[in-house]
Design a protein around this ligand. Structure first.
Ligand code: GLU
Length: 504
């Protein structure tokens, strides 16, 4: 690659960024960083009808949270700026004019009603209406290919609404190349003459996208598969302008967990997982959950997104962002759809949880539980160290650890049946004695004293350990009993056992 690699992520601010959009941004970022190139964020907001307030901020915040930082974009290093297409509005008309002058585009004056009537008429005959070579010069459609130059000019000057359409070539075979999909051939006769520009002064996506990719010196276009049908037109536009086209890579679809059909927000709602990186409140007030607020670590989200369509070709599954940059290769991206696996996401989160410092996790834990507000964070960190292996989210911590902070207020019914037998009170009274006489209150000493007593008297471990655990935890769960005793201390241990004795 001789030219400096420049890629862009070009979302339209029409709502919250879907997790698939984050995957597209990630793959662009990885490719750019791998090749020492630039990653550009461009906001494609030419469709004012679909514009949603706040969507751009949401996009930027999502990328920031994931650690996918862009080199250029709105308010950042604007050397090819502006990066919002609405702010580049005045730039596109000249390119539309250029295509008209070169015979690659034409004015069309057909009203929405006329086009609707055409569509309906075709539908009634079981056909689909497409505006292209086979009807554009027949006379039914009103455009500058059939009108004289003077008639066209008069219409424009009279302020009639018009669009500028691309004149797709007839009877040509177009050869397209995609890094992921290889070579493709397209018969240009199947293409319709897409609108490039509207008389409201706004370009459509197609024109603005090609012009900007050219002006921003984009070398590789990496985007979702849903844009593959636009590739032919985009290639034709590059040809018409006489510009060198970038290389293209269309990423595979992200499929539902069942593997059938595209992943949608509804799948997430139904199966209980987010499809957005951050929580999103729509203008109508509806709230959609986000990975961040659900307790996922950004490292986990990035790692699982990387595997949606890409794999390293080895058994390795754990990749930091830096490792991904080093190993990423578009040649290893599949064209087959990538099945979304919410359980795998949790698996990654569990992994990244174990990597975090107990003290950091303790801070996060403390922040979400009012019960912990007066507790020393170093104590919380010790607790976290004992239970995090069993947790996927910081949100799981309380259920796994409340007994380190508060005495049980009730005993699990099933557990009580299992643990409380005749003689339990006597056994527990003896345990209190052993606890009280363990002067140096360490895990080892407690273990030696209590286990030693059990073996010496051939009592049977369950008879002691089950009620003891029930007394401390309120259920037959939790980490090692001796760890719990040590953590809560002698006095609290004794008082919990006494409380149990009162119950039996
Ligand atoms: N604005 C388009 C989108 O919303 C960009 C497609 C492309 O990358 O060319 O996804």
């Amino acid at each position: 690659m001789s030219k400096k690699v420049r890629v862009r992520f070009a979302p339209s601010p029409t709502g919250p960024l879907h997790i698939g959009g984050v995957r597209t941004a990630l793959f662009n970022y990885l490719f750019a960083k791998k090749h020492g190139g630039d990653f550009v964020l461009r906001i494609e907001d030419t469709d004012q009808n679909r514009y949603v307030e706040g969507a751009e901020d949401y996009i930027v915040e999502s990328l920031n949270w994931c650690g996918i930082s862009f080199d250029e974009g709105p308010n950042k290093n604007e050397k090819f700026g502006p990066y919002r297409q609405s702010e580049r509005k005045d730039l596109y008309k000249q390119y539309a004019d250029e295509l008209i002058a070169s015979g690659n585009a034409y004015y069309a004056f057909d009203t929405a009603e006329q086009l609707d009537a055409e569509r309906k008429g075709h539908e009634e005959k079981g056909k689909t209406f497409i505006y292209n070579w086979h009807n554009r010069e027949r006379g039914r459609l009103v455009n500058s290919l059939v009108l004289t130059e003077a008639e066209t000019k008069a219409k424009i000057e009279a302020g009639e609404d018009f669009v500028i359409r691309f004149k797709s070539p007839q009877d040509e075979t177009l050869h397209l190349t995609d890094i992921i999909r290889g070579n493709m051939k397209i018969d240009t006769n199947v293409l319709d003459d897409k609108v490039l520009f509207k008389s409201d002064g706004m370009p459509t996506y197609h024109l603005a996208n090609i012009v900007d990719d050219h002006l921003m010196e984009i070398t590789h276009v990496i985007r979702g598969e849903e844009w593959l049908p636009s590739l032919a037109l985009h290639q034709l536009l590059y040809n018409a302008f006489g510009w060198e086209a970038p290389e293209f890579a269309h990423l595979p679809l992200i499929l539902k967990p069942t593997g059938k059909g595209k992943l949608s927000k509804r799948d997430g709602d139904k199966m209980g997982f987010p499809v957005f990186p951050l929580e999103y409140t729509a203008p109508d007030g509806t709230v959609s959950r986000g990975y961040k607020e659900d307790g996922y670590f950004p490292e986990a989200v990035v790692n699982f997104l990387a595997f949606l369509g890409w794999n390293p070709g080895t058994e390795q599954e754990i990749f930091s962002l830096e490792q991904l940059v080093a190993d990423f290769d578009l040649a290893r991206v599949n064209k087959a759809g990538a099945r979304f696996d919410p359980d795998k996401t949790k698996w990654f989160n569990h992994h990244y949880m174990q990597q975090q410092l107990d003290l950091d996790l303790a801070e996060q834990f403390k922040a979400i539980r009012p019960e912990l507000s007066n507790i020393d964070v170093n104590y919380i960190a010790l607790v976290v160290g004992l239970i995090k292996e069993r947790a996927t989210f910081v949100n799981d911590f309380w259920d796994l650890s409340h007994f380190f902070f508060t005495a049980p207020t009730a005993y699990d019914e099933k557990a009580s049946k299992k643990a409380l037998k005749e003689g339990t009170a006597d056994v527990m009274t003896k345990v209190i004695e052993l606890v009280n006489t363990t002067d140096d209150f360490t895990v080892e000493n407690l273990q030696t004293n209590i286990k030693g007593w059990i073996t010496d008297n051939e009592i049977g471990f369950g008879k002691v350990m089950m009620p003891l655990r029930l007394a401390l935890v309120g259920a037959l769960q939790g980490p090692d009993v001796f760890d719990i005793m040590y953590m809560i201390g002698k006095t609290e241990t004794v008082s919990r056992i006494e409380a149990l004795i009162k119950q039996v």
